[in-house]
Ligand binder design. Sequence first.
Ligand code: PLP
Ligand code: COI
Length: 348
Amino acid sequence: MNSKQDKKNLNWSELGFDYIKTDFRYSAVYENGGWNSGELLADEQIQIHEGAPSLHYAQQCFEGMKAQTSKDGRVLLFRPGLNCERMRSTAARLLMPEVPKELFMKAIEETVAANFTWIPPHGSGASLYIRPMLIGVGENLGLKPAEKYEFRVFVSPVGPYYKQSGLAVINLAVSDIDRAAPNGTGNFKAGANYAGGLLATLNAQKQGANEALYLDSSEHRYIDEAGSANIIISMKDGSFITPSSKAVLSSITRRSLMDIAKKELNMNTEERPIDLRKEISKFNEVAACGTAAVLSPVGKIWFDESWHSIFGDGESVGPVMQEMYDILVGIQKGEREDKFNWLHHIEL
Ligand code: PLP
Ligand code: COI
């Protein structure tokens, strides 16, 4: 048995965003109209029926969140209630049973606590990524919802999503492949949204970008979001904006950054359609944001056959995004006062 002081002997500051097998995961099953209470398991393999609707018809969804260690050794989650709410709305959209809040929180807390030795230490630059998932299991051939579901939570220590550590500039390439239809499932965290984006990401990377940037799929004018992150923009007139779109994921990081811009930095904030080509000359700084991406300033955007620099030469981090990053990450790591009451402490 590990004592609470023992941590795994990992090179924490060198971690990328990859799966590392930890000791425990949580699994609960929904059957005959109800959830069992679930349990921690050692086995990372899921035994699943070949007819499972999650495999054929993508009847599944997931969430992403992080646990951080504070300087005084507390383990902190960032707004987990919003992940629970979002999973509930995605489940409803995909005709899956909602995971009750008590079960969701119990599974997260128990999985994180049971894997204490895998939680990266304060100051390492790494964090414990938490992946809750809900999948339709059991046999089904026709296109209809599953009768049985598994809710599973696993964790993995991770470093930066875009390979660079700390606050580093990324580039985006506008995709000619659409991610989500205006009245489709783009605003839900359904795995089905991501498989179709793999080719867009590959194309963006061939172009020399880190990630694809999607414009709205009906007119290809307005910014939607990046493949795994929302977009935030500080404008030259001092305002702070983010796209309003029915097709983007409602990012918890983005909602928090909009609050920080408004309430901590006293900026005028607005959620509105943003026409990339018409407005790019008014952009001061742009960033992609999300649980995995944290806040990643965007240096250049590729569209209409050329690169467009955003801030300066497109290589450096601007002061607004630097300050936003410092405030957000400071709160998440327990280094700054949690004025918004966003942190949730895990009992160890
Ligand atoms: N957009 C997409 C497509 C995502 O996959 C994510 C990641 O979760 C986000 C945005 C950011 O959302 P959040 O800040 O809630 O992690
Ligand atoms: C997250 O940021 O948590 C996500 O789910 C994005 C994923 C593509 C890694």
